[in-house]
Ligand binder design. Structure first.
Ligand code: ATP
Length: 306
């Protein structure tokens, strides 16, 4: 039995299709990521899996239990960290922990071993109001509260959004540690660079799952030669590349533009001549690069639109 099994799930709000025929299996003890931009449908899916929202159609089971029929039992077995900070800001760190423990009929002491690696970092601030914690510490408290009843499954909706880069890294390390204790974890994120922390990822956009695979394989699925191009004006560079007769995709990536060509092999010297001689761009640099998961995702999203 897989801890999460979803078949042909649909959910709409009025005319907005939030989830369109979603199917996915999460295996025991996986750290599984749902990766996609704002509005992709991640929260709707997680709210269905945590029994807070009913699907319009399709089937979903969590830990072998149906999300509609067995919602009460499911709630006792999973730990959920919603996207928005859901703790009591006017209670202290310790009071929040005690409150969540009491909801599940347990105590911090009874489950201390599981939460200790995370909670021990907060113990110095036990008397501080949750509302006065930094973003990274709030996130640790929320994770500790989600773990207080020893859940078999952790559901984390955008746990790292709005948290600094160091805390994000630390957070994923904590998740790896929890995974090593046998917990299955699903987490959603809009940050592509977090994909590599997962065993497998589902790329989700516009209510559709575009791909499910290991992060390495998702990147490998991008099968065209890829160029990174730079010039003194990135705006002009994008404009000129988009009007180049052989251009296939043109995507800004930081100070570079990632480019693919309609032909099997792009003619780099002709492209350079076009940009410098014909378009008058200066400081043009063109290099071949290996695609990463973000390139693959952009490519899939583009295919979905066309
Ligand atoms: N209660 C609602 N009423 C109407 N539309 C909604 C509602 N909740 C979500 N939506 C719409 O459904 C789509 C999917 O939203 P959802 O929140 O599931 O996506 P998401 O990937 O979690 O994005 P975000 O990170 O922005 O929450 C979006 O177009 C959103 O505007």
């Amino acid at each position: 039995m897989n801890p999460i099994s979803v078949q042909n799930l649909n959910k709409s709000y009025g005319g907005v299709e939030a989830l369109a025929d979603i199917s996915v299996e999460v295996e025991p003890n996986e750290l599984f990521g749902f990766i996609g931009p704002d509005g992709a449908g991640k929260t709707s899916l997680f709210r269905i899996l945590t029994t807070l929202l009913k699907p319009d159609s399709g089937e979903a089971s969590v830990l072998g239990l149906d999300v509609v029929d067995d919602y009460r039992t499911i709630r006792t077995k999973l730990g959920y960290m919603p996207g928005q900070f859901a703790l009591y800001e006017d209670l202290s760190v310790r009071e929040n922990m005690d409150f969540f423990a009491s909801v599940f009929g347990t105590t911090l002491e009874a489950n201390y071993d599981l939460v200790a690696p995370i909670y021990s970092q907060l113990e110095r601030f036990e008397d501080r109001l949750a509302g006065a914690l930094s973003g990274g510490m709030k996130q640790k408290l929320a994770l500790s509260c989600a773990l207080i009843h020893k859940p078999e499954l952790l559901v984390l909706d955008e746990p790292t959004t709005g948290v600094d880069a160091v805390s994000r890294q630390e957070f994923w390390q904590m998740l790896q540690q929890l995974k090593s204790q046998g917990i299955t974890i699903i987490a959603s994120t809009p940050y592509m660079d977090e994909a590599e922390q997962c065993d497998r990822v589902a790329l989700i956009d516009n209510g559709h799952i575009l791909n499910i695979d290991t992060p390495e394989q998702v990147a490998r699925n991008f099968d065209q030669p890829l160029l990174a191009i730079k010039a003194s004006s990135i705006y002009e560079l994008i404009k000129k590349l988009r009007s180049y007769e052989w251009a296939d995709s043109v995507q800004p990536f930081g100070e570079y533009v990632h480019y693919t060509d309609k032909r099997e092999e792009p003619d780099i010297s002709k492209l350079e001549l076009y940009l410098t001689e014909q378009c008058g761009l200066s400081e043009v640099e063109i290099k071949s690069i290996e695609p990463d998961i973000e390139d693959s995702f952009m490519n899939l999203m583009q295919k979905e639109v066309t």
